[in-house]
Design a protein around this ligand. Structure first.
Ligand code: UDX
Length: 437
């Protein structure tokens, strides 16, 4: 079944969004994988085929490789460390309150590997860490060969991205490590030219560079959307015009209420803090953060102004996760918007296809907020609709049905998901981002 792939025994340390997907992708490509996590209940659930995260395509892979005994979940690293060919560290690297990155979990993982290994070990650092981490760990743990190899998985398409990486970074100066990666990824659809070797510090910094370039694109297009709103220009026409320039490209130019998630905000704060330790002030990165923060407020202000003298205070919100196809609410723009609207005295009826449980838990003590289990329930008798996350079901919702459900035919579209012309023809008062209403 596997095209002469050398099936390796791999340990993945950390069964979170990155570790679990990484483990399943290696299992899918013929390796034997031991996924180690210190959370016993998470490990128990995973061994029963139940994942704590929602990712399209993840559960079928989990069930398949559990039944084929190609993946094992455990809390005990000691059981498999000796027989493993390589260990991948994919533990979390949260920020401390002041913004700098916290490496305690990475350090603990590496110390555990070192103390349990009787012979030299190859360890791949997949977690996002600042430049110089590989070097300092190498000095501290001379028996371990470190390779810095950040991942670029997107939530909501992590399984796809894991099985079809656009590039693999081998952050090591040892040629045998390039060969190791070629073996590990032998059964993946990836060409040798997509596996790039470089020094560890460049590999570590590349992760921040990629994320912050992407976040900056978003803040930049959002700044242009503000000029559009004051000049009658249309941000989507601008996206088309600049996106056809091969140097710019058309991806990641969607104006809206801004970016969220567990990566962009965290990586921006971490890099600003790390650069400050080098007496470097990153003005553009700081501005990306500030623009993103204010983008939600500008959108929320539109809603507040529209209803300023009105008794209408009941809003339906569609979407809360930071992007479609995930249940993740971390740093979601919706949370800032919800807080702003509640402070302005609105009552909210929120629906999200995947984050219902998390939302119910989060807002269980907030009398201004109701969580609906369907899009229809959320809009029934609401004074207006606010689209916050562009789940596909909202784009295909029957607009005539929507019109008859709402008390007022007013829609605020924070993700430019709907078509202004169509909404106008249907008689809606329609507001979006950077497009003439
Ligand atoms: C990101 C990077 O894309 C990924 O490579 C890295 O490994 C982790 O961080 P992720 O945060 O999961 O992935 O989602 P992404 O698709 O990048 O979207 C991030 C945020 O940007 C979302 O809130 C999304 O709504 C927003 N976004 C994205 C925009 O506002 N406009 C766009 O054009 C694209």
């Amino acid at each position: 079944m596997w095209l002469n792939v050398t099936s390796m025994k791999m340990i993945i340390l950390g069964a979170g969004n990155i570790g679990l997907v990484t483990a399943l992708c290696f299992a899918e490509k013929g390796h034997e994988v031991y996924c180690v996590d210190n959370n016993q209940s998470k490990v128990n659930n995973l061994n029963l085929g139940v994942s704590s995260i929602y990712e399209p395509g993840l559960e079928p892979l989990l069930k398949k490789h559990l039944s084929e005994k190609r993946i094992h979940f455990t809390t005990e690293l000691s059981e498999f460390i000796e027989q493993s060919d390589v260990v991948v560290v994919a533990v979390g690297t949260p920020n401390s309150p002041s913004g700098e990155i916290d490496l305690q979990h990475v350090n603990a993982a590496v110390s555990q590997i070192a103390s349990l290994s009787t012979k030299p070990k190859t360890v791949i650092l997949r977690s996002t860490v600042p430049p110089g981490t590989n070097q300092s760990l190498s000095l501290k743990f001379p028996k371990i060969n470190f390779i810095s190899s950040p991942e670029f998985l997107r939530e909501g398409s992590a399984v796809h991205d894991g099985l079809h990486p656009e590039r693999l970074i081998v952050g090591s100066n040892k040629t045998e490590h390039l060969k190791l990666f070629q073996e590990m990824y032998q059964n993946f659809e990836i060409t040798p030219s997509q596996i790039i070797q470089m020094d560890p510090a460049s590999a570590e910094l590349s992760k921040y560079a990629a994320n912050i370039f992407l976040a900056t694109r978003i803040s930049l297009i959002n700044e242009f959307s503000r000029i559009c709103e004051k000049t009658g220009a249309n941000i989507q026409q601008i996206k088309k015009a600049i996106g056809m320039d091969s140097r710019i490209g058309s991806e990641f130019l969607n104006a809206g209420i801004g970016y969220g998630g567990s990566c962009f905000p965290k990586d921006i704060d971490a890099l600003i803090s790390f650069a400050a330790s080098l007496s470097e002030k990153l003005n553009i990165v700081q501005a990306t953060k500030e623009t993103n923060k204010s983008q939600v407020c500008i959108f929320a202000e539109k809603i507040k102004v529209r209803f300023k003298d009105s008794a209408s205070k009941n809003l339906a919100l569609w979407g809360a996760s930071f992007k479609p196809e995930t249940d993740d609410l971390r740093e979601a723009p919706s949370l800032k918007l919800i807080s702003f609207l509640c402070s302005a005295g609105f009552n909210l009826n929120i629906y999200d296809p995947k984050a219902t449980t998390a939302l119910s838990e989060l807002f269980k003590n907030n009398s201004q907020i109701k969580i609906s289990t369907t899009a229809q329930l959320a809009v029934t008798k609401a004074d207006a609709l606010v689209i916050v996350t562009e789940w596909s079901e909202f784009g295909s919702f029957d607009m005539t049905q929507l019109k008859s459900s709402l008390k007022n035919s007013i829609v605020f579209d924070g993700r430019n998901q709907l078509d202004p012309q169509k909404m106008k023809q249907l008689g809606f008062e329609y507001y979006s981002v950077g497009r003439p209403s």
